[in-house]
Design a protein around this ligand. Structure first.
Ligand SMILES: Nc1ncnc2c1ncn2[C@@H]1O[C@H](COP(=O)(O)OP(=O)(O)OP(=O)(O)O)[C@@H](O)[C@H]1O
Ligand SMILES: [Mg+2]
Length: 361
């Protein structure tokens, strides 16, 4: 008689073993990325696993196969293992009319109508990334650019609140119309969900959600789309870089060493997926007392500039720690709009100009 099936080997057990397999170079596992298409368990506990990956890196499929085999070999009670890795190139939407259409070979995937996509990232949360993204977008608008802001931070979307644009988007031709605010186009997952919903945006859904989300928006003609990425590990970044042709990444950091350390990781992440690093912005760089006008370098100003030099990436500018920045975020009117002629707006416009220079160079 054939060996009886070990009742303890369930699909769940296999899934748990596969959760140990990280996508090469990332801290997230292949289960939560939604890469495991099927798990078939045979009568003698033989296991066949099929993965589907979207990648341009030829080394990724074989690495994944090795890692899956190793993870399953470490799991007791599994018979023979078969691993199939189906690979696909990142989907390329039809190029937008008039954008990048000069007969250049192999145009990367593009969001229709959008000339440049710039992602704002940070290695960790709370450094003011969303605040920078929103104000940078408004500053680009003031530099005569047509600008959109896409909030890709599905865990903690904050762009609509900061932009005062919490209206539900309408739909035209099966696509979402972004909300118009201060002359910019704004789109956020938060606009589509009710308050308790973000909890469902986990693992496998993220890739699909961001993909559909970024491409299914009537952005119109934009010079720059600023994307606010979730902080940290790189899951949304990976999804985005597989979906969008990012023209560059901006890293936001505060000046302390610990923050710089994670900024370094952020840069490594962009490098890994071949997205040019446009540069570093130092947020909460210094504090000017509104009463005595004395300048205080609370976190040790200048760390980001030194780090940029060390990493040989551009330093884009510094933004002070100012109550008005926080108030602008809370009130839904970014300080760049609320106090257009102020020093802070000027500082953001300097960063925006530096970003444009990098995009052109
Ligand atoms: N330069 C600044 N001066 C004063 N307050 C600031 C400054 N930058 C950001 N803040 C405030 O710090 C808080 C965190 O900023 P923000 O939400 O932009 O950070 P984040 O990096 O996007 O955080 P998360 O990781 O939650 O997405 C907000 O209340 C914001 O108003
Ligand atoms: Mg944020």
């Amino acid at each position: 008689m054939p060996e009886t099936t070990n009742p303890s080997l369930s699909e769940e057990t296999v899934r748990q073993a596969l959760q140990q397999v990280k996508f090469p170079g990332y801290s997230r596992d292949i289960i939560s990325f939604g890469l495991v298409k099927s798990i078939v368990i045979g009568g003698t506990n033989d296991v066949a696993v099929t993965l589907q990956v979207t990648t341009r890196d030829a080394a990724v499929p074989s690495q994944l196969e090795r890692d899956v085999r190793a993870a399953l070999a470490a799991q007791a009670g599994i018979g023979r293992v078969e691993v199939e890795v189906i690979t696909a190139q990142p989907a390329a939407p039809a190029p937008a009319p008039g954008v990048g259409g000069s007969g250049q070979p192999s145009a990367p995937p593009r969001v229709p109508g959008v000339k440049r996509i710039v992602a704002v990232a940070s290695g960790k949360g709370g450094v003011g990334k969303s605040t920078v993204a929103v104000n940078l977008a408004c500053a680009l608008d003031q530099l005569e650019q047509r600008v959109g802001v896409m909030d890709a931070d599905i865990y903690g979307p904050s762009v609509p609140k900061m932009m005062g644009s919490a209206r539900k988007p309408t739909i035209t031709d099966d696509k979402l119309d972004p909300v118009d605010q201060f002359g910019l186009k704004v789109m956020s997952m938060a606009l589509l969900l009710d308050e308790n919903a973000p909890v469902i945006w986990r693992g496998p859904m993220i890739m699909k959600a961001i993909q559909q989300f970024s491409l299914a928006v009537n952005w119109g003609a934009l010079d720059v789309l600023v994307v606010d990425l979730p902080p940290g590990t790189g899951d949304a970044q990976l999804s985005l870089t597989q979906t969008l042709a990012l023209d560059g990444g901006v890293i936001v950091t505060t000046p302390q060493d610990v923050a710089l350390d994670v900024a370094r990781r952020g840069m490594a992440m962009f490098e890994k997926v071949n997205v040019p690093i446009l540069g570093i912005i130092e947020n909460m760089s210094y504090y000017v007392c509104p009463h005595c006008h004395e300048r205080d370098e609370i976190f040790g100003h200048g760390g980001a500039r030194r780090e940029a030099e060390r990493m040989a990436v551009p330093f884009l500018g510094e933004i002070p720690l100012v109550t008005g920045i926080r108030v602008g975020g809370d009130n839904g009117e970014p300080i760049v709009v609320a106090d257009r002629d102020g020093d802070v707006a000027r500082a953001y416009r300097a960063c925006a100009q530096a970003v444009l220079n990098q995009l052109q160079s």
